[in-house]
Ligand binder design. Structure first.
Ligand code: S3P
Length: 451
């Protein structure tokens, strides 16, 4: 069942023709959250175009209003934020519901943790299971306090530090959410806040903080990338053009690579090197994929993708050090790998166990149900490719990417694949169904079966 209503079973039917056309995928989810939050922490009016209007981002927009910012929608993807300035958040008079979004809740906790206000956060059944100590531990170093459920779970109240001190923090997990929470908290602490990451993770927060006028430097050191932010800047409102999301693009891209004869264009997709691991992996697998018209948009490198299905891909071993740059793409890669020739080995992916669902388990069980042979360890998944029987109903577990991955797999299976609930897709890719239909895919709402 979805967080926002009844479960919506959906069925993908085996493709009878190639997928063809242009896929205008939505704005980047990570950048959309950050544009709203930094807009809210700035002085003046930030204008945003291309904002992802998925539920996760809408929940962050509502949260920014609750903290005192004026957030207005002017048209599709066109929003403005009148910010309150660094340290200017007001205490919300209601519980902040971040829905399904780990990024939303963790970044917002960071953004309010060094202001002398309290806020209570909650989410849906998926988010309320996810670990929050990874952010509340470093936020405590600034002087913030957090009281939540056992195991550091939501609902949780964070009391911001009245006299914050800057922090030096080496990330114990490769997590852009944790890094960003610390940097956003550092904004209202006097002096330099330093974050060190052994493995580079997506750097949208750093890019955008600089764009909004903060002093932020990065340096490669023997311990990893060291990011230094000078606290208490006056952030100045900006115009942000959100590039299209490479993680959302991954679904039509991989679907096209599974369906013989497909020929697809996906314009304006972010090519940020901290996000492009899937695309490198697709090339390793032998995909015919071109990156045309490379350019910069909104401070991020983008390109127009063109890909053609020219044959069956080959299974690969994905280098574990690539994991952070494709962390959200493993579910769709696992689906694609099921149609490839030979095994695909995905190791060093323990973080997948604490995403919107336990994604290793969700993919393993779903693939098995579809007749695919897999091997699973605590931090790895191996998928043995070949012809995919399909003909199964798979649990999407309140996880948009699990739902979309199995619907894409259904296009390449011998028999239809049903997901028990497609409603979570709206968190990141509300137009998925229409977009896939326009390319020629047959994905339908399945009839509800009553017990
Ligand atoms: C995100 C970071 C990633 C990713 C998530 C978005 C972000 O999580 O899985 O979908 O916007 O910072 P982690 O940083 O926790 O790995």
């Amino acid at each position: 069942m979805s967080a926002h209503g009844a479960a919506q079973p959906m069925t993908a039917h085996p493709a009878t023709a190639p997928l063809q056309g242009t896929a205008q995928v939505p704005g980047d989810k990570s950048i959309s959250h950050r544009a709203l939050i930094l807009g809210a922490l700035s002085v003046g009016e930030t204008r945003i175009t291309g904002l992802l209007e998925g539920q996760d981002v809408l929940d962050t927009a509502a949260a920014m209003r609750a903290f005192g910012a004026e957030v207005t929608r002017h048209g599709p993807g066109a929003w403005s934020v009148h910010g309150v300035g660094v340290g200017g958040f007001a205490e919300p008079d209601r519980v902040i519901d971040c829905g399904n979004s780990g990024t939303g809740v963790r970044l917002i906790m960071g953004a309010m943790a060094t202001t002398a206000i309290a806020a209570t956060f909650t989410g849906d059944a998926s988010l309320n299971k996810r670990p929050m100590r990874r952010v509340t531990d470093p936020l405590a170093l600034f002087g913030a306090q957090a009281v939540g459920r056992a195991g550091g779970r939501l609902p949780m109240t964070v009391i911001g530090a009245a006299d914050p001190v800057p922090v030096r923090y080496a990330l114990p997990v490769a997590s852009a959410q944790v890094k960003s929470a610390v940097l956003l908290a550092g904004l209202n602490a006097p002096g330099d806040t330093v974050v060190i990451e052994a493995t580079p993770t997506r750097d949208h927060t750093e890019r955008m903080l600089r764009g909004f006028g903060a002093t932020l430097t990065t340096q490669d050191t023997p311990e990893g990338r060291m990011i230094t932010l000078t606290g208490q800047p006056e952030l100045r409102a900006q115009t942000v053009a959100v590039p299209r999301d490479p993680s959302s693009a991954a679904f039509p891209v991989c679907a096209a690579l599974m369906v013989p004869g497909s020929d697809l264009r996906v314009p304006g997709v972010s090519q940020n090197p901290t996000r492009n691991g899937l695309y490198l992996t697709l090339q390793d697998m032998g995909a015919d994929i071109a990156f045309e018209n490379p350019r910069e948009e909104g401070g991020e490198p983008v390109a127009d993708l063109r890909l053609r299905h020219t044959g069956t891909l080959r299974g690969v071993t994905v280098p574990p050090e690539r994991a952070a740059s494709m962390i959200d793409e493993y579910p769709i890669l696992a689906a694609l790998a099921a149609t490839a020739e030979g095994p695909t080995v995905m190791a060093g992916i323990a973080e997948l166990r604490v995403k919107e669902s336990d994604r290793i388990d969700a993919m393993a069980r779903g693939l098995e149900a579809c007749g695919v042979r897999i091997e699973e360890t605590e931090d790895s998944l191996t998928v043995h490719g070949g012809a995919v029987p399909g003909g199964a109903t798979v649990a999407s577990r309140l996880d948009h990417r699990i739902a979309m991955s199995f619907l894409c797999l259904g296009l390449a299976a011998r028999a239809p694949v049903t997901v028990d609930d497609g409603a979570p897709i709206a968190t990141s890719f509300p137009a998925f169904e229409g977009l896939m239909a326009a390319l020629g895919a047959r994905i339908e709402h399945a009839a509800l079966t009553c017990a």
